[in-house]
Design a protein. Structure first.
Length: 289
C-alpha cells in the first residue's frame, strides 16, 4: 500500500468505493522489532479455566461415623471464589489490577485479564507482605491487598485509554471527526472540538503503512470479513480504499507485538461498537503523526 500525502484524496464514485472496500481487507502481522508501546505485552488467556469436576463423596463404611468437616475461618465456597490465577478474567481481576496500580506494582491500565504481567505484580506484593510468592491470589493475599489500598474509582477501573490522548490536529476541531494520532497511538471521537471518547489503536507495519491525511467514511460493515485474508474485521469503517478502522481480536490479545496490513486496529470492542453506531457515511477521518 502506498502512503499518501496529507491532501484529501480525489473523490470517486460511491459504487466503485463499495466494490473496492469489499474486495480488500487487513489481517494482523507480527512485529519483531523492539520499542513498541507495550513490547512487554503478552497473550491473555480468553477464558477462566474451568474448575475440576466434582466427584461423589464415598459413603461411610458400616458402623463408622462420617468424618467431621474441617472448620476454617472462611466458608469453602467463598475461599474458592477469591482465588485468582493466570487465565482468570472479569471484574475482580480488574479490581486487583487497579489496587496493584495504587501501590505502583502494575504499570498498565486494568484489562480484566490475569496474565504474566499481573502474576509478576502479585508475586512482588506477596514478597513485600511475607506471603508465599505463588503469583496467584489466595484469600490471605486478597485481604492484605484490600487492607492496604482503597476502593478503586470508576476511572481507575476503566480508564478512557491506556495511553494519553494525543493533542488533536487542527483539522479535528470542527464538526464530527475521527481523529487518529500515530504519535500517541490513540483514536479520539471529536464532536465540535470536544473529545467524546478515546481508544487505543495500532497501525500497519513499515511495509504496509496506514495512510495519513484527511479522508471520509465511504463504507461501513458491522460483520465484515476480509476477502483477501479471510479474517474477521468487526465494526469496519472504510476510509481509504481497503483501509478501515475496525475491532481486532489479535490486538486485544497481543497488543503492540502485532500490526495490521494498513488498517487502524481497535482493541476495545465496546468502544468501537459505540463509535460504529455514531459514525455515518461521509464522516471525516484525520490520520496524522
Amino acid at each position: 500500500m502506498r502512503r499518501s500525502s496529507g491532501r484529501r484524496a480525489v473523490p470517486v464514485a460511491a459504487a466503485v468505493l463499495v466494490v473496492a472496500a469489499l474486495a480488500v481487507g487487513c489481517r494482523p502481522v507480527t512485529v519483531t522489532r523492539t520499542g513498541a508501546p507495550d513490547s512487554k505485552g503478552v497473550r491473555y488467556a480468553p477464558t477462566t479455566p474451568a474448575p475440576p469436576p466434582l466427584t461423589a463423596r464415598p459413603a461411610p463404611a458400616r458402623h463408622t461415623a462420617p468424618a467431621r468437616p474441617h472448620r476454617t475461618g472462611h466458608p469453602a465456597p467463598r475461599a474458592a471464589r477469591a482465588v485468582l490465577v493466570v487465565g482468570s478474567r472479569g471484574a475482580q481481576v480488574r479490581e486487583l489490577q487497579a489496587r496493584l496500580t495504587q501501590l505502583g506494582l502494575f504499570d498498565r491500565a486494568p484489562t480484566g485479564y490475569y496474565a504474566s504481567v499481573t502474576a509478576t505484580a502479585v508475586r512482588t506484593f506477596q514478597k513485600h507482605q511475607g506471603l508465599p510468592r505463588t503469583g496467584t491470589v489466595q484469600p490471605a493475599a486478597w485481604r492484605a491487598l484490600r487492607a492496604r489500598t482503597r476502593e478503586p474509582s470508576r476511572t481507575e477501573l476503566y480508564p478512557p485509554t491506556t495511553r494519553p490522548v494525543g493533542v488533536p490536529d487542527p483539522r479535528c476541531l470542527r464538526g464530527r471527526v475521527i481523529c487518529i494520532s500515530k504519535r500517541s497511538n490513540t483514536l479520539a471521537w471529536v464532536v465540535d472540538g470536544r473529545v467524546v471518547s478515546a481508544m487505543d489503536v495500532r497501525f500497519g507495519s513499515q511495509y504496509t503503512p496506514t495512510r495519513e491525511g484527511t479522508f471520509a467514511i465511504a463504507f461501513k460493515s458491522r460483520r465484515h470479513v476480509s476477502t483477501l485474508y479471510h479474517t474477521a474485521m468487526p465494526y469496519a469503517m472504510f476510509f481509504s480504499g481497503g483501509q478501515a478502522v475496525h475491532y481486532s481480536a489479535d490486538f486485544a490479545a497481543r497488543g503492540y507485538r502485532g500490526a495490521s496490513h494498513g488498517c487502524v486496529n481497535v482493541r476495545d470492542k465496546d468502544k468501537i461498537a459505540s463509535l460504529f453506531a455514531a459514525v455515518h457515511r461521509g464522516t471525516k477521518v484525520v490520520v496524522y503523526h
